[in-house]
Design a protein around this ligand. Structure first.
Ligand code: GDP
Length: 309
């Protein structure tokens, strides 16, 4: 049986990816933080290994033992907000440990590695949409650490590791934790619709993001792992919406038209630095991987609100 290793199984993408790989008949191993226990939505077939990606030596032994054909590095401090609270651990996990995993994979040989990178590596981009040639200009600790791992994937390709770095734009689902604005909104709107809350408190409503459907982004990862050549790929829908648009769509999905009095902005939820608009051009992923997003913005919002209701 072909083995795959997924780090970061406790997150949204990890469980969608594990479901997909198990369904394909792969032997799926996953690295999980002790604190995460058995992650929700994680298929029973997955072989869970408790550990921390940042424990580089233990991870190296694990990779050598499993000898996977595919490695998906999804483990990360996954939110920008959290990276401001823990910048040192963010650089350790999102940067250093990712590079160590690439070296572990290279030593095993005959393996394809997918690095989950992020639109945050472009930060204050001077061009929109961004593509694989856009200069890296992160504006927060999360983006800076992801940029380091992204560059390292290029370096490891020169040492013949089949390593692809996927520059994933925001991607959402009902499994998104509430520290992300989309799920915070859909859960908050559902609470208001049920009469359990009377307002939704948010930060910057003018920030614009390119929001896609998480399982589509997992599909891009699998396609990249199995492509003949490794490369960098922007994975995005190409369309940006504001946080305000998301709020309006979420209230509409819950049948509430007059939403403005129900939303309050609070300085506590504004970021010290925040890319104003991130939109990706996924032409390369379309042309070389045959990838395309399958779920549009309104439908993503509808599905998330329906799940929270
Ligand atoms: P990110 O793009 O990876 O940082 O994903 P988030 O979902 O955390 O944030 C997306 C955008 O929503 C950012 O520009 C935030 O500044 C903005 N935003 C506005 N209000 C909030 C809020 O209450 N919580 C979060 N997490 N983000 C907010």
């Amino acid at each position: 049986m072909t083995a795959a290793l997924v780090t970061g199984i406790g997150g949204q993408d990890g469980t969608y990816l594990a479901e997909r790989l198990v369904a394909e008949g792969l032997e799926v191993h996953a690295l999980v933080l002790e604190a995460d226990g058995h992650p929700d939505h994680c298929p029973d077939e997955v072989v869970l290994h408790t550990g921390d990606l940042a424990d580089v030596e233990a991870t190296r032994r694990l990779v050598a033992d499993i000898a996977p054909r595919e490695v998906y590095n999804l483990a990360a401090i996954s939110s920008v907000a959290q990276s401001w609270d823990e910048p040192d651990r963010t650089s350790l996990v999102n940067g250093h440990a990712a590079v160590a995993l690439m070296e572990s994979a290279r030593r095993v040989g005959d393996v394809r590695l997918v690095q989950a990178s992020s639109a945050e590596i472009f930060g204050e981009a001077h061009e929109s949409p961004q593509d694989e040639e856009t200069p890296l200009a992160p504006v927060n600790p999360y983006g800076a650490a992801k940029a380091y791992a992204h560059l390292a994937a290029r370096v490891f390709r020169q040492r013949d590791l089949h390593a692809s770095s996927l520059v994933l734009y925001n991607h959402e689902s009902p499994r998104r934790p509430t520290r992300f604005v989309t799920r915070k909104i859909t859960r908050g709107v559902a609470a208001i619709a049920r009469g359990e809350a009377d307002e939704l408190v948010l930060g910057n409503l003018d920030a614009r993001r390119d929001w896609g459907w998480a399982p589509d982004y997992v599909d891009a990862m699998v396609r990249a792992a199995r492509a003949d050549q490794p490369a960098d790929y922007v994975v995005a829908t190409g369309t940006a919406h504001s946080v305000r648009d998301f709020v309006a769509a979420a209230f509409a999905a819950a049948g509430i038209a007059d939403w403005e009095p129900l939303v309050r902005q609070d300085a506590a939820f504004f970021r010290p630095a925040d890319p104003a608009e991130l939109v990706g051009d996924a032409t390369r992923a379309r042309e070389e991987l045959g990838w395309a997003p399958t779920v549009g913005f309104e439908e993503i919002v509808r599905r998330m609100v329906a799940a929270d209701l």
